[in-house]
Unconditional design. Structure first.
Lengths: 197, 162
């Protein structure tokens, strides 16, 4: 099925949730300060997106049109709570790093956006492809921005207890939100110029 | 009024409530354990090699069955919201060590005042010395005045409690 391949691939570039749809930028800017945080956020986000999209797609025929949004939000917040409980139990350090942005995945517009625009209208199989692509696109975007922000902002990369110092000088501003916007803008410009998105 | 939306909402909420209750039960013990471990790790940083006993929120620290001091957890308001500070006090009422357990300070600015290197200046101080220079012996950090003040306040409060 060529369509399924497109649903999977579109999230990575042509409909990248961060660079193209420009959704969920608040947690994106807050968390993309280090590669480790970015990967942690990607994992939590992917779980919530995949889980809630799949569930919505499975029950889409029984959801009355006029109360669909409350039902979607209940489903999303349920998955977020499950994620938070699991993270608190098995990785307190990750919880410390993500802080308030872990529970805030509930109001991340990428999740509700994908459910409303895609999962509530399509089959579970297509939905899984879409959610995987969107999660991959989010992970790709946040990790690449985090890589630059951490490298330029702190002068090195730290990863699971190892720290590599790569630059003699660092510009601290890249760790703050304005730096995040600048990095994002430059990447966006480069991607547009190359015609990737 | 249609009944279908009401039934759908009630069903989904009840079902999800059950799932959440189940996950909560699965993880509850593990979460408690993780939190306890974290606190013990912080306590051990202040009082290395000690064993701890909790009573009314105060941790009594024993080294070879000898009471060497106690640790108190205080919550104060920082720049970004509540901040939890753990203060270790020696038996002679001087400070053994200070650690920030949780905070929401501005990364890179307020967090400078939560670093162990900054907090090390509190070691060995007595209650009378707990004020900013020149009145006392504590140095504040430029740009992190509110955070520094909150920590100072937390330490003073802890000394009063213990």
């Amino acid at each position: 099925m060529p369509e399924l391949g497109w649903e999977l691939k579109k999230g990575l570039a042509k409909k990248n949730p961060i660079f193209m749809l420009m959704l969920g930028l608040c947690p994106f800017l807050a968390i993309s300060t280090s590669v480790e945080n970015a990967l942690g956020m990607s994992a939590a986000f992917s779980f919530v997106l995949l889980g809630s999209c799949l569930l919505v797609s499975c029950i889409r025929r029984w959801v009355p049109r006029n109360v669909r949004i409350p039902i979607f939000v209940v489903i999303i917040s349920g998955f977020v709570t499950v994620t938070e409980l699991l993270v608190r139990a098995y990785s307190p350090t990750l919880r410390e790093r993500l802080g308030i942005f872990l529970p805030l995945i509930t109001v991340n517009c990428i999740v509700l956006g994908r459910i409303e625009a895609f999962a509530s209208r399509r089959s579970p199989l297509e939905t899984v492809a879409d959610a995987l692509g969107m999660a991959g696109g989010f992970c790709l975007a946040i990790t690449s921005v985090a890589l630059i922000r951490e490298l330029v902002g702190t002068g090195g990369i730290s990863f699971f207890g190892h720290t590599w110092t790569l630059l003699a000088q660092s510009i601290y501003g890249f760790q703050l939100s304005p730096g995040g916007f600048i990095v994002m803008g430059v990447i966006l410009a480069a991607l547009k110029k190359k015609g990737v998105i | 009024m249609e009944a279908k939306p009401i039934i759908a909402l009630t069903l989904i909420c009840a079902l999800w409530g059950m799932v959440l209750g189940f996950v909560h039960q699965l993880t509850e013990a593990k979460i408690k354990e993780a939190e306890q471990k974290e606190k013990e790790k912080q306590l051990l940083q202040i009082f290395p090699g000690c064993t701890f006993e909790e009573e009314n929120g105060i941790y009594y620290c024993y080294s070879e069955n000898q009471l060497v001091g106690k640790a108190v957890e205080v919550q104060v308001r920082g720049y970004g919201g509540p901040m939890k500070v753990l203060v270790g006090i020696r038996i002679d009422n001087t400070i053994q060590g200070v650690r920030v357990l949780s905070h929401n300070e501005t990364r890179g600015i307020g967090t400078k005042a939560t670093d162990p290197e900054y907090l090390a200046q509190y070691e060995g101080l007595a209650y009378e010395q707990l004020a900013f220079r020149p009145e006392g012996e504590v140095e504040a950090i430029t740009g992190a005045t509110i955070t520094s003040t909150a920590i100072l306040q937390a330490v003073r409060e802890a000394m009063q409690h213990a």
